[in-house]
Design a protein around this ligand. Structure first.
Ligand code: ZN
Ligand code: MN
Length: 469
C-alpha cells in the first residue's frame, strides 16, 4: 500500500514582526538585506526574544487541529551549515525528550479519513538563495537574509495518506484553516511549502523537498509513485533519498543525501527560557477563534437546509462563506448558497478574479429575493449576476438596461401563447391527453419570450386554454 506523510511549513504572515526580533515579517516588500538586525543575522552577543503573538497564533492552530498542548514549551538548536542560515543553526522545537513543541497528537478528518498530526512546531525561516537561472547551472548565487527569522509553523503528519488526491484535499482544508484563523495568507508566494515522504508496498521511503504549490505536490507524488513502481517491477531497489521537484521538467530529481536526525546535533536553546502555556491563555484564544470550517458546514446544513455538497463548497472557502454571511437572510439563504456555488464559483476563485469583482453582498441579496419573488427567472438571474460582477450596477439598473424583467403584461403573454398553440398543434393535443407533456409548451413560450415569461403565470394560462378547448 502507498503511504504518504507530509511536513507542511506555513509562515505566520499575519504577524507584524519576526520570531525573535522586531524586523518585519513582510520581508517581501524590502530591498535585499535591508530587513535584518544583529538577532536575525546571528551576530555574536545578540539574544533572541520570543514573539508572544507567534506563540498565540501557533496555539490557535494546535487547538484547531485537535492537538494536545504541553504545559511548557521549549526551543532547540538544529545545527547545520548552509549559506542561507546566518547562525549555522535554526531555532526550532524538538520532541525527543518529551513533548515540548506547541502541539502534538492532533487529527483532522478528510473525506471520512482520519489524518493524524504528529506535531506542530514553531521555528524560524532561513534566508533565501537567489540563483541566476536554475540552481544546478547557476554562475552566481546571491543571498538575501530578509526572510531569516520569519515565524513559521511546521506541521508534521503521520504517513496516513493513501494517494495524492487525499493530500490535495488535506492541503486545501489546511490552507482555508490558516486563512480563517487569521494566521497566514497561504496564497502569498512562498508562504506555504510542502515536503512529502512517500513509499510504495515494501519500498523504502523517499522524501520530496520544498514544493511550493499544491498542484505541484500532487504531481510530484504521482510522478514518484510511477517511478517507484517501475523500479520495483524491474526488480531494482528504491533508494532511501531526498529528491527535489523540478518545476520546469515536472519530474523529481535526486538531490543531496539527506542528513539523519542525529546529524543535526539538536541541543536546547538556552537563550530562550521555557515558556509556560497558561490554561487561561488557551481559554481566551478559544473564545476569539472563528468558527471552524466543520461547524460552519454543519450550521449551513442544519439551520438553512442547504444540501451537504453545497454546504461543503461554501464553508471551505472563506471568501465565499464571508459573502454568504453578509448577504443572506433567513428566507433567501438557500438561494444565495446556490448562486454562489453554481453561478459565481469559477468566476471568483483566484485572487486576480476577486480583485476585479464588483459584486457586493447587497447585489446577491437583491438577486436572490427577485428570483424567489418571481420577478426574474433563474436564467435571467445568471445573466444579471455576470453583469453585476463586471459593472457593479444595481439589479434594477441591469434589469431595465438588459431588459431582463418578466413579461408581466398578461395580454402580450396570452398573444405569445396563442402563437405557440397554432405552431404546435400536435403538442397541444398531446398535452390534452397527457398533462405531463405540458412543459414542452411552457418551454416554447419561454424561448419566444427569451426566458422572460413568468413561468407560473404561463403555466396557468396554458392550463386554462387547454381546458377550454
Ligand atoms: Zn531581525
Ligand atoms: Mn522545518
Amino acid at each position: 500500500m502507498t503511504k504518504i506523510g507530509l511536513e507542511v511549513h506555513c509562515q505566520l504572515t499575519k504577524l507584524e514582526s519576526k520570531l525573535f526580533c522586531s524586523c518585519k515579517t513582510d520581508y517581501r516588500s524590502f530591498e535585499p538585506n535591508s530587513n535584518i538586525c544583529p538577532v536575525c543575522m546571528g551576530l555574536p552577543g545578540s539574544l533572541p526574544i520570543l514573539n508572544k503573538k507567534a506563540v498565540e497564533k501557533a496555539s490557535m492552530l494546535s487547538i484547531a487541529l485537535g492537538c494536545k498542548i504541553p504545559p511548557k514549551i521549549s526551543f532547540f538548536r538544529k545545527n547545520y551549515f548552509y549559506p542561507d542560515l546566518p547562525k549555522n543553526f535554526q531555532i526550532t522545537q524538538y520532541n525527543a525528550y518529551g513533548p515540548t513543541s506547541i502541539g502534538y497528537d492532533g487529527k483532522i478528518i478528510i473525506e471520512d479519513k482520519e489524518i493524524r498530526i504528529r506535531r506542530i512546531q514553531l521555528e524560524e525561516d532561513p534566508g533565501r538563495l537567489v540563483y541566476s537561472g536554475s540552481s544546478e547551472k547557476t554562475q552566481v548565487t546571491l543571498v538575501d537574509y530578509n526572510r531569516a527569522g520569519t515565524p513559521l509553523v511546521e506541521m508534521v503528519t503521520e504517513p496516513d495518506f493513501e494517494n495524492p488526491k487525499q493530500v490535495r484535499v488535506f492541503l486545501n482544508i489546511l490552507a482555508d484553516l490558516v486563512e480563517n484563523l487569521g494566521i497566514a495568507d497561504p496564497y502569498l508566494e512562498g508562504a506555504f511549502r510542502v515536503d512529502g515522504n512517500i513509499s510504495i508496498e515494501k519500498g523504502n521511503r523517499v522524501e520530496i523537498k520544498n514544493v511550493g504549490s499544491f498542484r505541484d505536490i500532487e504531481k510530484a507524488l504521482h510522478f514518484e509513485i510511477t517511478r517507484q513502481q517501475s523500479l520495483a517491477e524491474r526488480g531494482m531497489p528504491i533508494t532511501t533519498e531526498t529528491r527535489h521537484w523540478d518545476e520546469a521538467r515536472k519530474i523529481t530529481v535526486s538531490s543531496r543525501s539527506k542528513e539523519e536526525e542525529q546529524d543535526y546535533r539538536y541541543f536546547p536553546e538556552e537563550d530562550i527560557p521555557k515558556i509556560i502555556i497558561e490554561k487561561t491563555l488557551l481559554d481566551s484564544l478559544k473564545k476569539i477563534m472563528p468558527e471552524s470550517v466543520m461547524s460552519k458546514k454543519e450550521r449551513y446544513i442544519n439551520k438553512y437546509g442547504i444540501p451537504v455538497q453545497v454546504a461543503e463548497i461554501l464553508s471551505s472557502d472563506k471568501f465565499y462563506s464571508d459573502l454568504f454571511e453578509q448577504a443572506h437572510t433567513e428566507k433567501n439563504a438557500k438561494e444565495i448558497a446556490n448562486l454562489i456555488t453554481t453561478d459565481l464559483k469559477g468566476f471568483a476563485d483566484t485572487k486576480e478574479q476577486r480583485e476585479q469583482l464588483k459584486l457586493t453582498p447587497k447585489h446577491l441579496s437583491d438577486l436572490a429575493d427577485s428570483i424567489l419573488g418571481n420577478k426574474i427567472t433563474r436564467n435571467s438571474g445568471k445573466v444579471a449576476l455576470q453583469e453585476m460582477m463586471k459593472t457593479g450596477k444595481t439589479l434594477s439598473e441591469i434589469i431595465s438596461s438588459l431588459d431582463l424583467g418578466h413579461v408581466e403584461d398578461e395580454s402580450s403573454l396570452v398573444k405569445t401563447i396563442e402563437e405557440v398553440f397554432i405552431e404546435e398543434q400536435k403538442a397541444v393535443s398531446e398535452a390534452k391527453q397527457d398533462p405531463d407533456t405540458i412543459n414542452y409548451l411552457v418551454g416554447k413560450v419561454m424561448r419566444k419570450t427569451k426566458g422572460k415569461a413568468n413561468p407560473s403565470l404561463t403555466l396557468d394560462i396554458i392550463r386554462k386554454k387547454l381546458d377550454s378547448q
